[in-house]
Design a protein around this ligand. Structure first.
Ligand code: ATP
Length: 189
């Protein structure tokens, strides 16, 4: 079994996440991509706006019935900040014999050496480095990493939150069920 692990704050999840996850699923021939909302991301503690429960609910709503994707709330069940190495340990124990691919953006890859236990991470999973058009000629991608060309979608959760705060529409930028949750809960105003 080949499993993708897509961590993020998903505050909120948007179509960029879904499109990229679909690209990686197809390119790497994955059985499934697990979306793993983080509880207290060490680097974003002050910036997260929606509760963990709401973010998980939004990710579930975004995925809908897509059989390629699944939400995994393991980081939300854990106390304190979530480290990728702990998440991968848990997933490796749960999916014995599976090949794990950890999705990581080009920007995050630059910080990777400063993460907790990067060497152990690389022993448990391959890094699926999300390469957008123009990134392909990037330097040597070491062993344990695979460069995955993905659709360039110039969209971020920050931009979604900005639009909502400014009273602008977010239609088509997030899945409709996600938009409904945001409206109903009055998020990001
Ligand atoms: P924020 O704007 O709040 O930082 P974000 O949109 O980057 O949020 P995250 O939840 O941090 O969303 O994203 C999880 C992962 O998805 C990250 O690795 C991020 O690089 C990646 N990602 C987010 N948006 C895109 C996009 N448009 N194209 C490719 N990757 C993306």
């Amino acid at each position: 079994m080949r499993i993708g692990v897509f961590g993020g704050t998903f505050d909120p999840p948007h179509i960029g996440h879904l499109i990229v996850a679909g690209d990686v699923h197809a390119r790497l021939g994955l059985d499934r991509v697990l979306f793993v909302p983080s509880a207290v991301p060490p680097h974003k503690i002050a910036r997260v706006r929606a509760s963990a429960d709401l973010r998980a609910r939004m990710v579930r709503a975004a995925i809908g019935g897509d059989p390629r994707f699944e939400v995994d709330e393991l980081e939300l069940r854990r106390e304190g900040p979530s480290y990728t190495v702990d998440t991968l340990r848990e997933l490796r124990d749960r999916f014995r014999g599976a090949e794990l691919f950890f999705l990581i953006g080009m920007d995050a890859l630059r910080d990777f050496p400063t993460w907790r236990a990067p060497v152990e991470i690389l022993r448990m999973a391959q890094l699926a480095v999300l390469a957008r058009a123009g990134d392909e000629e990037l330097p040597e991608v070491g062993s344990g990493m695979v460069l995955v060309p993905v659709t360039r979608i110039d969209l971020s959760a920050t931009e979604i939150r900005r639009r909502i705060a400014a009273g602008e529409s977010i239609r088509h930028l997030v899945s409709e069920p996600v938009r409904e949750i945001i409206a109903r809960e009055g998020l990001y105003r």
